[in-house]
Design a protein around this ligand. Structure first.
Ligand code: PEP
Ligand code: MG
Length: 580
C-alpha cells in the first residue's frame, strides 16, 4: 500500500529502486556455561577475536583513508581504543572467569549495559556513541562466532538501503556501486550517516523515525532527496512522474553545468554572488565544480564531532585547507555553533530544557573562553593562507559582539607578541538569525563588518516554532509576513550603513525563494550545491525590477497561505518547466 515518510535531507538527489532492510545489528547471542577446565580456552577465544577485530578495523581504516576524511578514519581509531581499554578488558575477563559464561554473552551484556547508560543521557553527542558501541560489539561477536553476518559489502544488486541507523563501518565498507540511496530512522544533519552520505554523494534521508517499520524488503520506493520524503509502493503514474523528474534533473544538471563559468548577473545587469555552504571539507570540490564563488558559510561544527576536542593545530590545518583551496575567493568561517540540534563534543549544558533557547553558539563560546580562544587562534593563523572572514553565530545582544570582538583582539595581540603571522584586516561579521539582532541591526552595524542572515534560525525564533519538530512543521514557513518584514528591514539597514550582507540559511538555496530574496535586496547568496545551477539560471533570467514588484505585491498580502499561493502561481507562470 502506498505510504509516504518524511525525513531530513542528509544528501540530495532522487532515486527509485527496491528497498532492502539492513538488519546488520540484529545478531543472535548464545548463552551457555563453560566447563571449569575450559575457561582459559574461552579467554583465549575472546583474545583471538579481539585481535582479529583490531586487524579488521585497521583494514577498514586503510581502505577509507584513501577516499574519506581523517575524521572518518578517527572514528575507527576510537573503536580501537575501546578494544584496548584495560578496564573494559578486565571486566570482560572477570565475568568470563567468575560467571563461567561464554564470551559473546558477556561482551553483549556489558555492551548493553553501556548502551543503556548512554541511552538515558539527553546529550545528543553521547547518544550517538551508542552506534560506536554496538558496532564494536557486533564485530567482536562476529569474530567469536566466525560467522559473517549480513554486510553492506556483499550487496549484489542495486538497492535503497533502509536501516535503523548505519554505523560508521557499515557506510565505510558498503558497496557504493549498489547503494542507490539510504534512509535511516534516526540521525540528524550532523550524524555520522549524514556526513558520510554527503561525502560519498549518495542521496540520503535521515531521521525518518519509522521508515524501517513501514517498508518491506523488495518494496518499490522513491527517495525524494529534494523534498525530504520517501514514497513507498508508489503508483505507476508516480513512478513515471519521478522517472521523468529524475531524468529531467540529470539532463538539467548537465545543461545547467554549462552555466558554471558564466556570470550570475540579472537581465538588468545586477551582479549576484553565489557562494557555498560547507559542513565538511569534502564538499569543496563539488562546490567549486558548481561554480561557487567562495564559501559564505563554513560551519566549524564538524571538527567537534569526536569525543576529543580538536586542538589548535588540527583546526588550523582544516581551515587552512579550505582557505588555500578557494584562494583568492573568500571563505567565511563561522565559530562553533553547539547546542540545539547540533552535535558537539563538549556541552556541560546538555540537559537544558530548551536547548535552542539555551547556551548555544556564541553564548557557549563566551562561556567556554579557552575553547573559543583556541578556535580563534587557529582561525587567525589560517587567515594568512587565503581570503578569510570570521563570523559569530547567534548574536542576540550588542554585549555579545563587543565581548567576542575584544577576545579576538586579545588573541591577535597574543599572536603578534608570538610573531605568528595572520591577516590583521580580517573582516569580523555576525549571523543575523535571532529577531533581537534583526531588530537592532542598525546598532549592530557599528560592531560588525558584515552580516549573514541565517533564516533557518530566524524563522524558528520569529515564529517561535522548533525548526526540527515534525508536529508543528506547518508553522515553519519563511513566507510568514513577519519574517519577510524582518528580512526587508535588515537589508535596508545594511545597505544604508554600507554593511555587506549575505544570506546563508536553507532559504537562500531554494529556487522558490530566489526572486523574493532578490526583490528584498539580497545580492549575496550562500547555499549547498543542490540547486546552485537552477538558482544561477533564474538569476540570469529575471530583472531586479520585476522581483521588487513581486515583493511589493506579496507584502501587501496578510496570510502565509496567500503569500505562498501567489508566489507559486507567479513562478509557475514564469518558469513553467520548474517544480516549486
Ligand atoms: C541558519 O540558522 O540559517 C544557519 C545558516 O545556521 P545553522 O543552520 O547552522 O543554524
Ligand atoms: Mg543558525
Amino acid at each position: 500500500m502506498r505510504s509516504v515518510i518524511t525525513g531530513i535531507i542528509a544528501s540530495p538527489g532522487i532515486k527509485i529502486g527496491k528497498a532492502y532492510i539492513y538488519r546488520g545489528n540484529n545478531i543472535i547471542i548464545p548463552k551457555y556455561t563453560i566447563d571449569e577446565a575450559l575457561i582459559e580456552e574461552e579467554v583465549l577465544r575472546y583474545q583471538a577475536a579481539t585481535e582479529k577485530t583490531k586487524r579488521d578495523i585497521l583494514d577498514i581504516q586503510e581502505q577509507i583513508s584513501k577516499t574519506l576524511s581523517k575524521d572518518m578514519v578517527d572514528i575507527f581509531s576510537s573503536h580501537l581504543m575501546v578494544l584496548d581499554d584495560p578496564i573494559v578488558t578486565e571486566k570482560i575477563l572477570t565475568r568470563i572467569r567468575g560467571e563461567r559464561r561464554n564470551a559473546e554473552w558477556v561482551i553483549n551484556d556489558i555492551s548493553l549495559e553501556l548502551i543503556k547508560g548512554l541511552g538515558s543521557i539527553e546529550d545528543v553527542y553521547l547518544r550517538e556513541r551508542i552506534i560506536d558501541i554496538s558496532d564494536i560489539n557486533k564485530r567482536l561477536i562476529n569474530n567469536l562466532q566466525k560467522t559473517s553476518t549480513e554486510s553492506l559489502k556483499d550487496l549484489k544488486e542495486e538497492v535503497i538501503v533502509f536501516a535503523t541507523d548505519l554505523t560508521p563501518s557499515d557506510t565505510a565498507i558498503m558497496n557504493k556501486r549498489y547503494v542507490l540511496a539510504f534512509v535511516t530512522d534516526t540521525g540528524g544533519r550532523t550524524s555520522h550517516t549524514a556526513i558520510m552520505a554527503r561525502a560519498l554523494e549518495i542521496p540520503a534521508i535521515v531521521g525518518s523515525i519509522n521508515g524501517t517499520s513501514i517498508v518491506m524488503d523488495g518494496d518499490t520506493v522513491i527517495v525524494d532527496g529534494i523534498h525530504g520524503k520517501v514514497i513507498i509502493d508508489p503508483g505507476a503514474d508516480e513512478i513515471t512522474e519521478y522517472t521523468t523528474y529524475q531524468e529531467d534533473l540529470v539532463q538539467l544538471e548537465a545543461e545547467l553545468a554549462k552555466l558554471t563559468h558564466l556570470p550570475s548577473t540579472t537581465i538588468d545587469n545586477e551582479v549576484i554572488h553565489i557562494y557555498g555552504n560547507i559542513e565538511i571539507p569534502e564538499e569543496m570540490d563539488l562546490l567549486r565544480q558548481h561554480g561557487a564563488q567562495g564559501i559564505g558559510l563554513f560551519r566549524s561544527e564538524f571538527l567537534f564531532l569526536d569525543k576529543a576536542l580538536p586542538d589548535e593545530e588540527r583546526q588550523f590545518q582544516a581551515y587552512r585547507k579550505v582557505l588555500e583551496y578557494f584562494k583568492p575567493m573568500p571563505v567565511t568561517i563561522r565559530t562553533l555553533d553547539v547546542g540545539g540540534d547540533k552535535i558537539y563534543a563538549y556541552n556541560k549544558q546538555s540537559r537544558e530544557r530548551n536547548p535552542f533557547l539555551g547556551c548555544r553558539a556564541i553564548r557557549f563560546s563566551l562561556e567556554n573562553e579557552s575553547l573559543f580562544r583556541t578556535q580563534l587562534r587557529a582561525l587567525l593563523r589560517a587567515s594568512e593562507y587565503g581570503n578569510a572572514k570570521l563570523m559569530f553565530p547567534m548574536i542576540s545582544t550588542i554585549e555579545e559582539i563587543i565581548k567576542a570582538r575584544s577576545i579576538v583582539h586579545e588573541t591577535m595581540d597574543d599572536l603578534r607578541r608570538e610573531k605568528i603571522p595572520f591577516n590583521r584586516e580580517i573582516p569580523i561579521g555576525i549571523m543575523i538569525e535571532v529577531p533581537s539582532a534583526a531588530i537592532n541591526a542598525d546598532k549592530l552595524t557599528h560592531y560588525a563588518d558584515f552580516f549573514s542572515v541565517g533564516t533557518n534560525d530566524l524563522v524558528q525564533y520569529t515564529i517561535a516554532v522548533d525548526r526540527i519538530s515534525e508536529k508543528i512543521a506547518y508553522l515553519y514557513n519563511p513566507l510568514n509576513l513577519a519574517v519577510l518584514r524582518l528580512l526587508k528591514s535588515v537589508v535596508e539597514v545594511a545597505n544604508s550603513s554600507g554593511t555587506p550582507i549575505s544570506i546563508c540559511g536553507e532559504m537562500a538555496g531554494e529556487p522558490k525563494y530566489t526572486m523574493l530574496l532578490l526583490g528584498l535586496g539580497f545580492r549575496n547568496f550562500s547555499m549547498g550545491t543542490a540547486f546552485m545551477y537552477q538558482i544561477k539560471r533564474m538569476v540570469r533570467s529575471v530583472k531586479i525590477s520585476e522581483c521588487e514588484a513581486l515583493v511589493d505585491e506579496l507584502m501587501q498580502l496578510e496570510t502565509t497561505i496567500d503569500i505562498e499561493a501567489r508566489l507559486i502561481s507567479y513562478l509557475g507562470n514564469k518558469f513553467p518547466m520548474m517544480i516549486f
